[in-house]
Ligand binder design. Structure first.
Ligand SMILES: CCCCCCCC/C=C\CCCCCCCCCC(=O)SCCNC(=O)CCNC(=O)[C@H](O)C(C)(C)COP(=O)(O)OP(=O)(O)OC[C@H]1O[C@@H](n2cnc3c(N)ncnc32)[C@H](O)[C@@H]1OP(=O)(O)O
Ligand SMILES: Cc1cc2nc3c(=O)[nH]c(=O)nc-3n(C[C@H](O)[C@H](O)[C@H](O)COP(=O)(O)OP(=O)(O)OC[C@H]3O[C@@H](n4cnc5c(N)ncnc54)[C@H](O)[C@@H]3O)c2cc1C
Length: 642
């Protein structure tokens, strides 16, 4: 199963080897539990491990393999981030995709050797989503052949970029490029921020940390201001766009090609989210198979809480989602790598499809991951609320994904643009022009769903039902939009008035893609036992998801009430079937105790001993009487007794 999850036997084996090596290297372990550290201590601890990794990485992993790097990162540095998180996730990808060959030769080897630390500075205090209204300017000075970076007012301060505050000395900065008083829109520039020897900010740069966040606090998200700060013309990233010495602007082959670093993260973060969801579920499911509370049959002893149907219903559909996200994520990364290769050689024809797909997936996956992690936390009762479970930290990090790389509502609306264009093709009889991901919009569906009507139809009728509801909602939302415009509404106003319906269409389309990716994967599996276990999980997935969106299929009578009863019964049937495999389905992800960082979810299952040991090690327990008591509470009580 691990091979299915991680993509191959070899990958699963390598993960085990890497975990085993790390287990033997105490210098790479947390020196004490992270929840007992201050933010400063955590940052220090992370930097300590990071430097050891820079020295020893080659002994543990193949540093050119992103999957091995990611695993090493999760084990050693953990999901709370590290001082170079953005260096790998965005700075290097931005240089790789947007710098010219000559620029790459100058900067990439230095970045890869970690001679310099970089980040991606785009968002500002006043604008994140609406890139067209960023305020930082890069004005070309023809006389010196330099760009002058400037922050005209407080809202133009860069705000949020990870590791910008204290760790990075370089950044890819996105600023509006102005040449001879003409604004060419946001463009990426390579900018040195700090002196390479002293790490002091360079003159003209104001920089710092934005303060503690809901989670992800090892990362020093930062602010940055420029006071007429000059950089050479050749620091504009020039793979696709060029500015010649005389100020001539050469436009890129696609207007949004400079957004590629964002698409990179959107494509890769899906598996990151799947891992966080599976981690939280692993903790909760292990704990639920140890925790005994109450009886189902009063004549019998207390049961493991995992025997309760409500507990299974809380956890198992999310187990199915974690697998589904992992499989959909693997497909998306493949597509991304293909499009990136094409893009580098000038073929931009697939960019729109990739953008639409990743925008939808990013939104649905992060939202459902957050839901699943929070349910996992509640499924642990009181102990879920303790940092000993570590689930609240996992939640805090994962839920950030709903916001970063494009706020979810906004990204769903990006997919909706693509769906509305596709709907227009269908309506004008040009269905043959539809891309493969939306081809179903042009296919006539049966008048009613055939779920429960055709024996041994596998998952086909489920997929057709998802296609039907997605198509119907897309066409309905598009009709509403076109209708408003026909009535004379301005395009943008009409769009806003339909945006809730449009986003519903985007979610349904994305959920269909996720279901199809799961079906495709199960169909490919040769090993009969693995296929059987995943088929059970897929049954739960399609029935649970369909029940969740049933109102869309009921409103036009595509599904009947009796079919809905059947679907509901199937959910209950598969909850029971999955119960014996539940812990194994999560243990198959092979997270080590070091990586999970959860006292509650340790592999040994000694929950109570571990919790008591952990509580005793709390810094508050170093002394029996705290100074808060001697200084305030004791005098208060004494005064009251007089
Ligand atoms: C095995 C390895 C695993 C590695 C895993 C790593 C994963 C790590 C996981 C977890 C760890 C946590 C790590 C945390 C890192 C945090 C990093 C966070 C970094 C950031 O947040 S950076 C800042 C991100 N900011 C945004 O995303 C801003 C969002 N806004 C936008 O993207 C745009 O403004 C917009 C897309 C919303 C609108 O752009 P705009 O220019 O105004 O364009 P429109 O007018 O709306 O559209 C015009 C037209 O363009 C099309 N289009 C837009 N974008 C693209 C694109 N990227 N590609 C192609 N086409 C695009 C759009 O669809 C329109 O087309 P149309 O006119 O409809 O045809
Ligand atoms: C953990 C974390 C890490 C980050 N790292 C980085 C980084 O490394 N580099 C970087 O540059 N940035 C980074 N960011 C910033 C992040 O990319 C932005 O916060 C994000 O893009 C959302 O933009 P915003 O904050 O402007 O939200 P806003 O756009 O102000 O969103 C507020 C609300 O307005 C709604 N809204 C906005 N526009 C529209 C619209 N057109 N239609 C409908 N509704 C709309 C949104 O849906 C939302 O409900 C990070 C953020 C976080 C939380």
């Amino acid at each position: 199963m691990a091979a299915q999850i991680w993509g191959s036997e070899k990958r699963a084996r390598r993960r085990r080897e890497i975990s085993a090596k790390i287990a033997q290297m105490p210098e790479l372990h947390d020196s004490k539990p992270l929840p007992f550290m201050t933010r400063e201590e955590k940052i220090m601890e992370s930097a300590r491990k990071l430097t050891i990794l820079t020295e020893k990485m080659g002994q543990i992993i193949d540093p050119t393999d992103p999957a091995e790097l990611y695993h090493l990162n999760n084990e050693v540095l953990g999901l709370e981030g590290n001082p170079m998180a953005l260096h790998g996730v965005m700075f290097i990808p931005a240089l790789s995709a947007q710098a010219s060959d000559e620029q790459q030769a100058k900067w990439l080897p230095r970045a890869l050797r970690r001679e310099i630390i970089g980040t991606y500075a785009q968002t500002e205090l006043g604008h994140g989503t609406n890139l067209q209204n960023l305020e930082t300017t890069a004005t070309y000075d023809l006389a010196t052949q330099e760009f002058v970076l400037h922050t005209p007012q407080i809202t133009a301060l860069k705000w949020w970029p990870g590791n910008l505050g204290k760790s990075s000395n370089y950044a890819v900065v996105v600023a509006h490029m102005i040449i001879k008083a003409k604004n060419y829109g946001p463009h990426p520039f390579m900018v040195q921020l700090r002196d390479e020897k002293t790490h002091e900010p360079l003159p003209g740069i104001t920089i710092g940390d934005i303060g503690p966040k809901m989670a992800y606090n090892i990362v020093d998200n930062g602010f940055l201001g420029f006071n007429k700060y000059r950089i050479p013309r050749t620091n504009l990233l020039m793979r696709h766009t060029k500015v010649e010495a005389d100020g001539t602007y050469i436009k890129p082959p696609h207007a949004k090609i400079n957004y590629s670093a964002m698409v990179h993260v959107r494509a890769y973060m899906l598996t990151g989210q799947a891992i966080m969801l599976a981690s939280a579920l692993n903790i909760a499911t292990r704990y639920s198979s140890v925790r005994r509370q109450g009886q189902i049959d009063k004549s019998q002893p207390e049961v493991k809480v995992l025997e309760y149907q409500t507990q299974q219903h809380r956890l198992f559909p999310s187990i199915a989602r974690a697998y589904a996200f992992q499989f959909a994520g693997a497909e998306t990364v493949k597509l991304y790598e293909h499009v990136l290769k094409e893009m580098k050689s000038g073929n931009v024809s697939l960019m729109a499809d990739l953008h639409a797909l990743t925008s939808g997936l990013k939104s649905v996956v992060t939202y459902q991951t957050g839901e699943g992690i929070e349910q996992a936390r509640m499924a642990c009762g009181g102990h879920g609320y303790s940092m000993a479970s570590y689930i609240s930290e996992i939640y805090g990090v994962a839920i950030g994904g709903c916001t970063y790389e494009g706020e979810n509502m906004v990204m769903l609306l990006q997919l909706a643009r693509y769906l509305v264009k596709s709907a227009a093709l269908v309506k004008s009889g040009q269905s043959s022009k539809l891309g493969p991901l939306v081809a179903y919009l042009g296919v006539k569906s049966e008048p009613t769903s055939l779920i429960d009507r055709i024996p041994n139809s596998g998952f086909t009728e489920y997929v057709k039902t998802f296609q039907h509801v997605s198509k119907r909602q897309t066409l309905k939302a598009a009709d509403m939009f076109f209708g408003l415009m026909e009535k004379g509404e301005k395009r943008e106003i009409a769009w806003n008035k339909c945006s809730v319906e449009l986003n519903r269409a985007s979610r349904l389309h994305t959920r269909l893609f996720i279901v199809e990716a799961f079906v495709r994967r199960v169909n490919e599996i040769a090993d009969i036992r693995i296929k059987e276990a995943l088929t059970d999980l897929l049954h739960l997935h399609v029935n649970y998801e369909l029940l969740d969106i049933a109102s869309y299929a009921l409103e036009d009578g595509f599904l009947s009430a009796s079919q809905l009863d059947y679907i509901r019964d199937q959910v209950y049937l598969y909850l029971g079937k999955i119960r014996p495999n539940a812990v194994s389905l999560l243990d198959s992800w092979e997270f080590s105790d070091i990586e999970l960082r959860s006292v509650l979810g340790r592999r040994d299952g000694n929950v109570y001993e571990n919790l008591f040991k952990w509580a005793k090690s709390s810094p508050l327990n170093k002394t029996d009487v705290l100074s808060s008591v001697t200084q305030y509470l004791k005098p208060m009580m004494e005064k009251a007794r007089l």
